[in-house]
Design a protein around this ligand. Structure first.
Ligand code: ZN
Length: 193
């Protein structure tokens, strides 16, 4: 049996500041082995390594840290708690300038056989189908980051962008309809002559 801890220590940790970054290899782990060991796994990623996420970024850099705590639940169901944190550079949809968006997610996952039509999923856990008992942990991390992305990226409160946006909205609502927006009134005047 491959020692899980040795495999994890040989991962991408510590190498992410050397460019160019090689593409991620599929990082498939055996969830039953890790759950039986109660293994803890920590991984760091450069966000531009994650292909689906990188399309949404407005600038290079940014990294994510993911912590997996594997355990057996409800008897022998392999599960893990996954906590992901990152800071991504996104484009603000109000001022179109890049800004740094913190992302955070914590989820409890129960691993089920991919061909199991009625899997046993303990309450409070999300079912994740495995591929013959294995999962790609990089893909799970990327899924969680994508789910924690804001639907509309915007500068947060306290920034100049957020402060200047507020009065603009109020003015638009309170402004009376200007006289010049009545072209037919003018037309009627012309027809009198
Ligand atoms: Zn903005």
């Amino acid at each position: 049996m491959i020692c899980a801890h040795t495999r994890f220590d040989s991962g991408v940790c510590g190498h992410y500041d050397t460019a160019p970054m090689p593409a991620l290899r599929p990082d498939r782990v055996d969830v039953d082995v890790l759950a039986a060991e109660g293994a803890s796994v920590e991984r760091r990623y450069r966000l531009d390594q994650l292909s689906r996420l990188s399309d949404l970024l407005a600038g290079p850099g940014g990294e994510a840290i993911a912590r997996f705590s594997f355990a057996q639940v409800a008897g022998s169901v392999a599960s893990c708690e996954l906590a992901v944190e990152a800071v991504a550079t996104l484009k603000c949809q109000r001022c179109l300038e890049p800004y740094e968006q913190p992302l955070a997610s914590c989820v409890r996952l129960a691993f089920v056989a991919g061909d199991d039509a009625a899997p046993v999923v303990p309450e409070g856990f999300e079912a994740v189908p495995t591929d013959d008992g294995r999962i790609d942990i990089d893909s799970l991390v990327e899924d969680e980051l994508l789910l924690s992305m804001p639907i509309v990226p915007l500068h947060g409160g306290g920034t100049r962008c957020a402060e200047t946006a507020r009065p603009a909205v109020t003015e638009t609502c309170d402004e009376p309809e200007p006289e010049t927006h009545r072209p037919f009134a003018q037309l009627q005047d012309l027809l009198k002559h």
